[in-house]
Write a protein that binds this ligand. Structure first.
Ligand code: ATP
Ligand code: MN
Length: 478
């Protein structure tokens, strides 16, 4: 028997009239004759034609949706619509039955909410097959982009004792018996007796450690899981998400923005090229979904057009201060349509404001820079105005913030002063401060939320649908 060929390769085959072995899961079996078979290598199914008159009826009965089968047969040119080749089966072997009465995935449209509850099986749908193949391509392209530029992939720790964002939204890591926690004289948990001899948590960002790498290797990037115990039940937040964090020595904010914009364009172009069928499928899916919405809420561009638009246009760059002026004067602000009115300089931007700038005002991706220091982290480089820092956020249509970054404060005195103002314990970050003591230089970096990128490229609306097994408040199933 010939070796198994994946369906993607079969469908692309230019030779016909050869014997092939193909394996996969039955999507549908109609007229006792046509099997639509899928093995996840592509969004498209191969049609297997069964010679039902000469087939064992007991076998035909077992060709149910979800069953795993192996087919040995002849690859022939197809007369049917929508395919160029099909397989005329000689023999069919059932590898794993699937009871049609009990199999949760029926050959019909299921809601995304329902599929989330059966996340262990949703990979077998067209939508999720496409999403996870696109996700895979994006991840590969991220590595390719940085590797081509000579960046070093650095593995920063998952368990750490620092809270890089200072937001206090960390998951504790402990080996204590929770019913019997050793206490200090003053009644607090005595972490000296814990596994690491100190309080530890899951990382919220690899940036601080990434900076240490950049201060020797020049350009590094991380690509790993991060954890935030933020109790935000939104379509943009997960408790466990993947982040890409480059950190570059001898680099200022403009270089930083250029790198981030180039990265986004590179990976989107890569997916558009590698995953044409998947993105075309997801584009149609979104069109269908948008038909349920009132006309004025539908997007002006299709998914493919949106992605292409993103490649063809420079991102709009402006300062936070300029953005506030635009928002203050905007129609929704004057008509009190924003849930959080924009009153003046200094307020943090909400996602409704970010989306107004991107979707209504500029109608393209936007990079905002030079935010008030009060709403940004301690490590961002201070501007001479004493009010703002060299921060940059990239805002995307439908998403809001997709990248957050900055030029880092390399001047020891300025950094220490800011840490004091913000009550950040300098002793604990002695190692971070050391890089400012020994060979400090201009440097910058950013964090790209990988799932927000996948959201954008797949046109999905909920971040829980672009990671295989989402973690969010009150959910850690699978
Ligand atoms: P937001 O304001 O949307 O909560 P943030 O300011 O907390 O974002 P950063 O700390 O700058 O975000 O993190 C860098 C990037 O990581 C963000 O631009 C975003 O793409 C992503 N990100 C942040 N929090 C989450 C989350 N909970 N789930 C998924 N991605 C996230
Ligand atoms: Mn956040």
């Amino acid at each position: 028997m010939s070796q198994r060929i994946k369906i993607k390769a079969l469908l692309e085959s230019t030779t016909t009239d050869i014997d092939v072995t193909v394996k996969g899961w039955v999507r549908t079996f109609r007229n006792n004759q046509f099997i639509a078979l899928n093995d996840g290598s592509t969004n498209n199914n191969i049609q297997v034609v069964v010679d039902f008159e000469n087939a064992n009826p007991a076998l035909l009965k077992r060709l149910t949706t979800g069953a795993a089968i192996s087919v040995f047969g002849r690859l022939v040119a197809s007369l049917g619509k929508g395919q160029t080749v099909e397989v005329k089966a000689h023999t069919i072997e059932i590898l794993g039955d699937s009871d049609p009465e009990k199999y949760p995935l029926q050959p019909k449209k299921h809601s995304l909410e329902f599929l989330r509850e059966i996340a262990h099986l949703r990979f077998r749908t067209n939508t999720f097959g496409a999403i996870f193949r696109v996700r895979n391509s994006l991840a590969y392209a991220v590595h390719q982009f940085f590797q081509e530029k000579g960046f070093v992939y650095l593995h920063t720790p998952i368990i750490t004792s620092s809270d890089a964002e200072g937001a206090g939204e960390t998951f504790h890591v402990t080996n204590f018996d929770l019913l019997n926690i050793p206490k200090t004289d003053t009644g607090e948990a005595d972490y000296k007796q814990d596994f690491f001899g100190r309080a530890t948590n899951l990382t919220v960002s690899g940036q601080l450690e990434g900076e240490l790498g950049a201060m020797a290797l020049s350009d590094i990037y991380t690509f790993g899981p991060t954890f935030r115990a933020e109790n935000s039940n939104t379509t943009r937040h997960l408790a466990e998400f993947w982040m890409i964090e480059p950190e570059m020595a001898f680099c200022d904010l403009v270089d930083n923005m250029d790198t981030a914009e180039a990265l986004l364009k590179y990976v989107i172009a890569y997916a558009l090229d590698k995953n044409k069928d998947d993105i075309e499928f997801l584009t149609q899916r979104l069109l269908e979904e948008e038909k349920q919405k009132p006309q004025q809420e539908r997007s002006e561009m299709s998914l493919t057009e949106k992605l292409q638009f993103c490649l063809d246009n420079d991102f709009e760059r402006l300062t936070y201060t300029e953005a506030i002026e635009i928002l203050k004067e905007s129609t929704p602000n004057k008509k009190k349509k924003f849930q959080y009115p924009v009153e003046g300089w200094g307020t943090d931007l909400q996602s409704e404001h970010e989306r107004y700038l991107v979707e209504k005002y500029f109608k393209k991706p936007v990079i905002l820079t030079d935010y008030p220091k009060e709403i940004k982290a301690f490590y961002m480089r201070q501007n001479d105005d004493g009010k703002t820092v060299r921060a940059m956020d990239i805002l995307f249509p439908g998403i809001g913030e997709i990248v957050g970054g900055s030029q880092r404060e390399e001047r020891l005195d300025k950094l220490e002063q800011r840490m004091d103002e913000m009550n950040i314990p300098k002793e604990e970050l002695w190692w971070y401060l050391d890089t400012r003591r020994f060979g400090a230089c201009e440097h910058a970096g950013f964090g790209l939320g990988f799932e927000r990128l996948v959201l954008f490229v797949t046109g999905m609306g909920n971040i829980r649908d672009v990671i295989p097994f989402p973690r969010f408040p009150k959910n850690a199933e699978f």
